[in-house]
Design a protein around this ligand. Structure first.
Ligand SMILES: Nc1ncnc2c1ncn2[C@@H]1O[C@H](COP(=O)(O)OP(=O)(O)OP(=O)(O)O)[C@@H](O)[C@H]1O
Ligand SMILES: [Mg+2]
Length: 247
């Protein structure tokens, strides 16, 4: 479904005119199969979010390619409805002047889904993420963090994309709400069969939801491991992370 080949990305370091470059991603290659949940773990600054932006095509790699079902992801029309994203900061990813209904309606409108059909769909989606129809008319400031994140998830799922990028999507929620949202993501995946790219610091959350995990360090893939073989990771970095959950 998603094929990443030899991807590299650098950003200019320092001032606008500086020639110094910081290599954020180096020769990153992997595939994500249809319906797979692929975790990306790494410490702060290792390039996870940068990779996420390249995967959904909102930025272009300097080297290499990102292909979605054989086509370059940079094309807007390839992206639309195929891949969506949920970020950590749900408050800024929601328009404060949009009600929940308007927020979920937006991607459905872009896909030209008739209004009546979309309206029924919104009720169904809200129900699936554990909110009732009374939430339709609420504004973001009237929602708790967990509720707002559920609305963002409903919105990401609404067009039934083949893949959803989740970048630290549960990190700012408190413990019990994190578990609820993880369970919700698992359930939605059973209903819709989409794949997830799950970016996180939290190896426990990744172990709960992912089929495979990529360990990233300093812009490179250090190791990739399936959940069934998580205990057998080789690299020192992955072992260190793992020791935090299995002493
Ligand atoms: N648009 C940008 N311009 C310049 N530098 C950037 C830009 N985006 C990211 N960087 C730099 O690239 C490096 C990797 O950042 P990135 O956000 O991808 O890390 P991350 O793994 O997601 O970290 P975190 O876990 O803290 O979210 C950082 O050093 C960051 O400062
Ligand atoms: Mg990040």
């Amino acid at each position: 479904m998603l094929k990443v080949e030899g991807v590299g990305k650098s950003y200019r370091k320092g001032s606008l005119f500086s020639a110094n470059k910081q290599h954020v991603l180096n020769n990153v290659s992997f595939v994500c199969k249809r319906g797979e949940c692929l975790g990306i773990i790494g410490e702060s600054g290792s390039g996870k979010s940068t990779l996420g932006r390249l995967l959904i095509g909102i930025e272009e790699p300097d080297q290499g390619t990102v292909l979605f079902e054989g086509k370059r992801i940079g094309e807007r029309k390839e992206r639309r409805g195929n891949i969506s994203a949920v970020f950590q900061d749900y408050t800024s990813s929601m328009n404060p002047f949009y009600t929940v209904e308007q927020a979920i309606m937006e991607p459905l409108k872009l896909k030209n889904i008739p209004r009546k059909e979309a309206s029924g769909k919104i009720d169904r989606l809200l129900h699936q993420v554990g909110l009732d129809s009374s939430y339709r008319t609420k504004y973001p400031h009237e929602l708790s963090g967990g509720e707002a994140q559920r609305v963002c998830i409903a919105r990401a799922v609404s067009t039934e994309p083949k893949c959803i990028l989740l970048d630290e999507s549960i990190s700012s929620l408190d413990g019990s709400v994190q578990i609820q949202v993880l369970q919700l993501l698992k359930k939605l995946r059973e209903i819709y069969g989409m794949g997830y790219i799950f970016i996180t610091h939290d190896i426990q959350a990744a172990a709960y939801i992912c089929d495979r995990i990529i360990f990233m360090r300093q812009g490179r893939i250090e190791e990739t491991v399936s959940i069934a073989h998580l205990k057998d990771v080789q690299s020192a970095y992955a072992r260190k992370l793992l020791h935090m959950i299995i002493p």
